[in-house]
Design a protein around this ligand. Structure first.
Ligand SMILES: [Zn+2]
Length: 229
């Protein structure tokens, strides 16, 4: 059972689970739920809104990069539209892209998806080895109300999807999301066995989970300042 980022409740049950049993389970979780709801009320999400203006802050793997809107990059952008780059500690966006918030948003999120996917692909093998699981296929996209998902498959090791926004977090928290989803290859759900397995590979997983809960509330999820300043 998960309380999603939008406050809705998701209950995952086995295919032929008796609905009465499921209802009883939810009713029995009242204290746990009340605690979750109270914590959410005390710390409501505060996702920032960004503008594609010179000097705006963007984060990648926990480091802050100021936006540089550069017309010199325009000729390159024409050759490969949607060009966003990290150059010398700045996130460089061509003037062409920056002038339309929707185009700029698409380009910057596209950059997080490509760059994040490359980074995640390099982390997969060591975490899969530590957990003793095969390496699944990886996608980076908007995963909605979660930071990651794992989908099982009968013929191959399945597919893990990571939210593009997590690549703004420090690398040890992206590692947490990756290891968390990889552990689901062996065990679905979040029972005591699941946490025991994750702890063998990542002894500090509970601390990282709490840190993710906290920082995740303040991640940029793609909201942009619309219209001209
Ligand atoms: Zn999980």
């Amino acid at each position: 059972m998960t309380v999603e980022r939008d406050g809705s409740l998701t209950l995952r049950v086995p295919p032929r689970c008796d609905p009465v049993r499921a209802e009883r389970f939810v009713a029995g979780s009242e204290v746990w739920l009340a605690d979750k709801v109270r914590r959410r009320e005390e710390h409501p999400p505060a996702h920032p809104v960004r503008a594609f203006r010179e000097g705006e802050s963007f984060f990648y793997l926990g480091r802050e990069y100021r936006l540089l809107v550069d017309d010199l990059a325009d000729h390159e952008a024409k050759a490969s539209p949607g060009t966003v780059k990290l150059v010398a500690g700045r996130l460089v966006l061509s003037e062409n892209l920056a002038k339309d918030p929707r185009t700029a948003r698409r380009a910057v999120i596209g950059w997080y998806r490509r760059t994040g996917l490359r980074w995640a692909a390099s982390r997969l093998q060591p975490w899969a080895a530590r957990l003793g699981v095969p390496e699944p296929a990886v996608r980076v996209r908007d995963v909605g109300n979660r930071w990651g998902t794992y989908r099982q498959s009968t013929s191959d090791p399945g597919t893990m999807a990571l939210h593009w926004a997590i690549f703004q977090l420090p690398s040890h928290l992206v590692d947490y999301v990756i290891a968390h989803e990889l552990a689901h290859i062996k065990l679905s759900g979040h029972g005591p066995g699941y946490w025991k397995l994750l702890r063998t590979a990542m002894p500090e997983c509970e601390e990282r989970r709490a840190e993710l809960d906290d920082l995740g509330r303040r991640l940029w999820l793609g909201d942009v300042v619309d219209g001209k300043p």
